[in-house]
Design a protein around this ligand. Structure first.
Ligand code: NI
Length: 451
């Protein structure tokens, strides 16, 4: 019953893929679960929307988008590369539904403001994704109807332990349905153009192989463009110093709320409402309690905390809601020696450095080839040449060779912007002068023109 194809396929209109084609009853039932609908209330880019105001799109759109890319690939593989005999390295068509469900559900455990939240409350969205798929949820009930072991199979694809590497690499590798969707989607909604690449070309040249997924050599420049796009999106959008300045505020205000909550007597704890209490009390969150949290829940409490009697919590909440990010300077050989004095200066001007400054790192490895000597070896991007041999991307592309294995890194010191307008006494006059001139010069050479 559950495996039935829908009599008439359903389509969801989508700005990236035009139509999301829903052809299976199980996919439709998964989309209709309460856990999947919650993804509408978790923004894909979180705080980046405070810099790129168009970027209000949700994890829901990204999840159905990743599904749609997986659907196109499995359709193409089924048509041109279907396995005919054991171990021919081609596509097992009975892996189709597993691939589609894993693509659809790969982000189901994402929390509100996910990275800030995970860092502060010790949660792990990947572990939560597996718990939602295998635990007492509507999603689990739908998956279990396919077969009793189907939820565990889906969870193992997401955990990358499923034996069929073709399925695993479609869902997570350096060129997977997740990354392809979020780059195109984030580029579209931020209004930046860096993330664009020729997905149609890439999908046409993608092929199953004995060891996983490879690309026809004809797709090399499209794949190269994808890697460069991803590199640029990290530097220009995901690392943006202003959204990180907002993220630091959020992290500090949640931390302040947690400290106040833990220090309060029971009767003073109701500023943290019932939905947040399991999180703040430090107990292990149940899947049910976790699923009740979304962006709206946090925003509601932060709105209320603007009037909290604690001056730090109310001030940080106001700054967050009114978009008053902490300002930042790059930490490098020039500024690093200034930072300790700067922290003292922040304290001197009346701000608690613990809540009003931060040293924040952002880093990403845009592309790397397979290296068995690192902790998490990456699946490299391989091309099939005319003679049947494979060649790794950076051996073909000088552009990719230039960024291969290079970590993009940006370390910054954050501080309240209003500090720049005060007049310090003699004690800090020199530090302050140096600091201001650095900010002035740095502003002219900032790598992020949109700040
Ligand atoms: Ni994703």
């Amino acid at each position: 019953m559950i495996l039935e194809k829908l009599q008439n396929e359903k389509v969801l209109r989508d700005p990236i893929h035009n139509f999301i084609h829903v052809q299976d009853r199980v996919i439709l039932d998964l989309i209709n679960t309460s856990e999947f609908q919650r993804l509408r209330r978790v923004q894909q880019l979180g705080i980046s929307a405070t810099v790129f105001h168009g970027a209000e799109h949700s994890r829901f759109g990204h999840s159905v988008g990743a599904y749609e890319i997986a659907r196109r690939i499995t359709e193409h593989f089924g048509q041109y590369y279907a396995s005919k005999k054991l171990d021919d390295g081609l596509w097992q068509t009975d892996e189709r539904l597993l691939t589609l469900t894993a693509a659809l559900l790969h982000d189901i455990g994402h929390g509100a403001f996910s990275h800030t939240f995970e860092h502060l409350f010790n949660t792990d969205h990947e572990a939560m994704t597996r718990a939602i798929i295998t635990g007492p949820t509507e999603i689990n009930a739908v998956l279990s109807k396919v077969s009793p072991d189907f939820p565990n199979k889906v969870a193992s694809v997401i955990a990358k332990t499923y034996p069929n590497q073709q399925v695993v690499q479609l869902i997570s590798s350096q060129l997977d349905v997740d990354r392809m969707d979020y780059l195109l989607r984030d580029a579209y909604y931020t209004g930046t153009k860096y993330g664009e690449f020729d997905i149609d070309r890439i999908l046409r040249t993608m092929r199953p192989t004995h060891s996983g997924i490879a690309f026809d050599i004809a797709g090399m420049h499209a794949v190269e463009d994808y890697v460069v796009s991803r590199y640029q999106m990290y530097l220009q959008v995901y690392f943006h110093p202003v959204s990180r300045g907002m993220e630091v505020l959020l992290e500090h205000l949640l931390h302040r709320a947690k400290v106040l909550y833990l220090d309060s007597h029971t009767n003073e704890r109701n500023f943290v409402g019932p939905l947040l209490q399991p999180l703040f009390s430090g107990q292990t969150l149940s899947v049910g309690d976790y699923l009740k949290l979304d962006d709206n829940v946090f925003m509601t409490y932060i709105s209320m905390w603007r009037e909290h009697p604690d001056a730090i919590l109310s001030d940080l909440s106001q700054r967050f809601l009114n978009r008053k990010p902490l300002k930042s300077i790059v930490m490098d050989d020039n500024t690093e020696p200034l930072i300790d004095n700067l922290e003292k200066l922040v304290a001197y001007t009346g701000y608690n450095p613990h809540y009003y400054t931060a040293r924040n790192k952002a880093f990403d490895l845009p592309y790397d080839d397979y290296n068995p000597n690192v902790a998490k070896p990456r699946t490299q991007i391989d091309f099939l040449l005319g003679d049947g041999t494979h060649r790794e991307l950076s051996k073909l592309s000088p552009l990719v060779a230039a960024i291969k294995g290079q970590v993009s890194f940006d370390k910054r010191f954050f501080f309240p912007k209003d500090m720049l307008s005060i007049e310090p006494d003699e004690l800090f006059a020199d530090t302050f002068k140096e600091f201001r001139s650095y900010i002035h010069n740095n502003a002219l050479t900032t790598p992020n023109p949109e700040s």
